[in-house]
Design a protein around this ligand. Structure first.
Ligand code: ZN
Length: 614
C-alpha cells in the first residue's frame, strides 16, 4: 500500500487491516513518521489530527459535505470506506474537536482535532471498501474562524452555550438588561457584518488567533478553547474571576456565586438598583384610573373588609414588626404564628388564622437552633406531619440588595406563602439603621410592592433599644434605628415579660384601632423539650400602686427579708419613682393580699409564702 505523498509531513498511528481503531495502547502519544508507517505494508493506518494543525472535517452527511465544498476552499479529500468524506485542512487556532449536528440533534459530522485520528487513504474499511483519494489537491490552510463563521448553527458546543444563556436568564431576570458585549468590552476584537465580535479571549488569551466570540443579538459569548460560554451572569463571573472560563456552563452559577455576580452587576456594570424589582404594570393601571369617592357617597360607603392572616393581629398584605427585649420569646411567638398559619389552627388557641404557607428567612439562628425550636413548638402543640413552612438559612441574602430580592421574589412567586418572616430585620439589611432614606426605600420600593403583588404579609423581627428600663412616653420610640421604621410598618407587635407570663401588645395598627394587650401563658420546658404558649386573657395596665407592689416584692425576695421598716421600703420605692400616696396604697394591697403583716408602728413582717401554702 502506497501512502500518498500529500501526507508526507504528517504523523501516523498503526491500525490492523480491515479495522478502524488504532491497536497500540499508547497510540495517541506514538507518532510514526511517513517513512516509519510506510514499512507496515499489510496494515491500515491512521493520520493524527491536531498535529501540525491538521484538522479533518469528517462529514457523514451529504448536506454537510455540500456546505463544506461550497463554503470552504478546495482541499485534499478522501472518500471513506463508510461513504463519508474526510476533508483535510490545516486549521489555525482550532483548540478542540467540534461536533456538528442539526438543531434537532441529528449527527452530521466532526472537525477532528487533537486526540483523534482518521483512517488514511488506501486502508480497508471493515465492510471491505477502500478509503480512496477524491482528488490530488494539496491540503489547504484555513482559520478556525472561517469554520466558526460558516458552521455556527451546527456546532454542538455553541448550542450548549445557548442553553446556558437560557438557564442564566431564568436565574436573574433584570440582569439581562446588561449587554455581554459591554461587559467584556470589544476593544481588540474584530466585528463581522452580522455585528458579531471575534478575537483573542480577554482573560486567558489565545495562542495567536481567534478563540473568543460574542453574539450581541443573542447576548451570548463563547470560548472555543474551553468550549464554554453563556450570557451576562457568566460573562461577569469569568471576567471578575468568580469562575474559570472553562467552568462557564449551565448550572455553574448558583447560590453565593450568582449573588456575587449580581452585586457586581450593580457596582461595576451599571445595573440600576432603583429599577423596580417587580412588574408595576398592574399597579400603574390602577393609578391611571383614579377612583374618586364623593363626599355625598361617604355615608353609604362600605369599606372593604380587611382580610386577616391572624385575626386582629396581622392583616393580609401588611408589613409587621415584632419587637421586644431579650428573653421575651420573640422568636418562639413568631414561630408559633408560622405554625398557626401553616396549620390553619388558632394562634394561641384564640385568634383564627388564614391557612397558608410560610417562608422563614433565618439570618440569626441557623439550622441547628431552628431544628430545636421547631421541635419544642411541635411537641407543645402536639402536632405531627408536614407543614408548609420553609426555612432559608442563607446568610448572604439582604433585603436591600436587588440581587437578593430577586431571589426572594422568585421564591415567593414559586411557593406563594401567606407569610414571610425575616429574622432579624437588622441582619437583613446592609445599610446604617439610622439612615431614614434607606429605610424609606426598603419599605416603599421593595417590601410594599412585594406585599401587594403577592398578597403576602411580612413580619420583620426587630430588637428594642438596649437599656432604657421603664416606660418611655411612647413605646414605639423603643424600636432601634430610624423612627421611620415605625412610620412605615402597618403593625407593630411588642412582647414584654410580666412575671410568669408574656404580654403581647399591638403598639400600632394602621388600619384599625389597636387591639387590647393580651397575656400569653408560657410553659417553657427545656428538659422535656417543649414550649406551650396559650392565650391568658386581656392584660390590664398596672396601676402605679400595683407597680409599687411589684417593686417591693422583688426587693423582699432578693434580700430574703422577713421584716422591714416602712422607711426602708419607702426609700426603695421612691428611688423607682413611686409617689407617697401610691406607696401607702401598695402597703394596703399587700396586707389585704396576706403578703405582709403590720407588726407595729413603722414595722412590717413578711408572711412566708411556703408556710401559707401549708
Ligand atoms: Zn476559555
Amino acid at each position: 500500500m502506497e501512502i500518498p505523498k500529500n501526507l508526507s509531513n504528517l504523523k501516523f498511528c498503526r491500525i490492523k487491516r480491515g479495522t478502524k481503531k488504532p491497536f497500540e495502547k499508547d497510540w495517541t502519544n506514538k507518532h510514526y513518521s511517513f517513512d516509519e508507517i510506510s514499512k507496515f505494508k499489510n496494515e491500515n493506518y491512521g493520520v493524527h489530527c491536531g498535529i501540525n494543525n491538521l484538522g479533518v472535517i469528517d462529514s457523514d452527511n451529504e448536506a454537510l459535505q455540500t456546505a463544506v465544498e461550497n463554503l470552504l476552499p478546495k482541499t485534499y479529500r478522501i472518500k471513506t470506506g463508510g461513504g463519508g468524506v474526510h476533508n483535510y485542512f490545516f486549521i489555525k487556532d482550532l483548540y478542540q474537536k467540534l461536533i456538528l449536528e442539526t438543531e434537532t440533534g441529528t449527527h452530521l459530522g466532526e472537525v477532528q482535532w487533537k486526540g483523534q485520528q482518521v483512517v488514511g487513504p488506501g486502508s480497508i474499511h471493515p465492510n471491505g471498501k477502500t478509503y480512496e483519494e477524491l482528488n490530488q489537491e494539496p491540503i489547504t490552510e484555513i482559520s478556525a474562524e472561517l469554520i466558526y463563521e460558516n458552521f455556527k448553527p451546527f456546532i454542538k458546543q455553541l448550542r450548549e452555550t445557548e442553553q446556558t444563556v437560557a438557564w442564566e436568564k431564568k436565574q436573574g431576570s433584570e440582569i439581562d438588561d446588561l449587554s455581554v458585549a459591554n461587559i467584556w468590552g470589544t476593544v481588540g476584537l474584530v466585528s463581522n457584518d452580522k455585528g458579531e465580535y471575534y478575537g483573542s479571549h480577554p482573560i486567558h488569551g489565545s495562542d495567536g488567533g481567534t478563540n473568543f466570540w460574542i453574539n450581541p443579538s443573542k447576548n451570548m459569548w463563547h470560548c472555543f478553547r474551553c468550549q464554554s460560554g453563556g450570557g451576562v451572569l457568566s460573562a461577569i463571573a469569568v471576567k471578575e474571576g468568580i469562575i474559570e472560563c472553562n467552568q462557564a456552563r449551565a448550572g455553574a452559577l448558583r447560590g453565593s456565586k450568582a449573588f456575587e455576580c449580581i452585586e457586581l452587576a450593580h457596582q461595576k456594570y451599571g445595573l440600576l438598583r432603583t429599577e423596580p424589582i417587580i412588574n408595576y404594570e398592574e399597579s400603574k393601571q390602577e393609578q391611571d384610573e383614579i377612583k374618586i369617592i364623593w363626599e355625598h357617597e361617604l355615608p353609604s360607603y362600605i369599606e372593604e373588609d380587611k382580610e386577616w392572616i391572624i385575626d386582629r393581629l396581622i392583616p393580609s398584605k401588611s408589613i409587621v414588626i415584632t419587637t421586644g427585649k431579650r428573653g421575651t420569646l420573640k422568636t418562639f411567638v413568631t414561630l408559633l404564628m408560622a405554625y398557626s398559619v401553616a396549620t390553619g389552627e388558632d394562634f394561641l388557641g384564640k385568634f383564627s388564622t388564614r391557612k397558608g404557607g410560610v417562608l422563614y428567612l433565618d439570618k440569626e439562628n441557623g439550622i441547628g437552633i431552628m431544628k430545636k425550636r421547631t421541635a419544642m413548638l411541635r411537641k407543645g402543640l402536639e402536632i405531627e406531619g408536614k407543614f408548609p413552612i420553609g426555612f432559608i438559612c442563607f446568610s448572604q441574602l439582604k433585603l436591600d440588595k436587588l440581587g437578593s430580592m430577586m431571589l426572594i421574589e422568585k421564591a415567593v412567586k414559586e411557593h406563594k406563602p401567606a407569610l414571610l418572616i425575616v429574622d432579624t430585620y437588622r441582619r437583613s439589611v446592609g445599610y446604617d439603621e439610622n439612615d431614614a432614606g434607606k429605610v424609606s426605600e426598603l419599605f416603599v420600593d421593595t417590601l410594599r410592592p412585594l406585599v401587594e403583588k403577592y398578597n403576602l404579609s411580612i413580619i420583620l423581627i426587630h430588637h428594642n433599644r438596649k437599656g432604657g428600663y421603664g416606660e418611655s412616653p411612647d413605646e414605639m420610640d423603643e424600636l432601634r434605628g430610624s423612627s421611620d421604621l415605625a412610620n412605615y410598618a402597618d403593625i407593630i407587635l411588642k412582647m414584654e415579660r410580666n412575671r410568669n407570663s408574656l404580654i403581647l401588645k399591638q403598639l400600632k395598627n394602621r388600619n384599625a384601632e389597636e387591639s387590647k394587650p393580651i397575656k400569653i401563658k408560657t410553659d417553657f420546658n427545656e428538659e422535656e423539650n417543649y414550649v406551650k404558649l396559650v392565650y391568658d386573657g386581656e392584660y390590664m395596665k398596672q396601676s402605679q400602686a400595683d407597680k409599687c407592689v411589684e417593686i417591693l416584692e422583688i426587693w423582699i425576695a432578693e434580700n430574703k427579708t422577713t421584716q422591714f421598716k416602712t422607711k426602708d421600703a419607702k426609700e426603695i420605692a421612691f428611688k423607682k419613682g413611686v409617689k407617697e400616696t401610691n406607696f401607702k396604697h401598695a402597703l394596703e394591697i399587700m396586707q389585704n393580699a396576706g403578703l405582709v403583716k403590720k407588726e407595729g408602728f413603722g414595722l412590717y413582717s413578711v408572711i412566708n409564702s411556703q408556710q401559707n401554702e401549708n
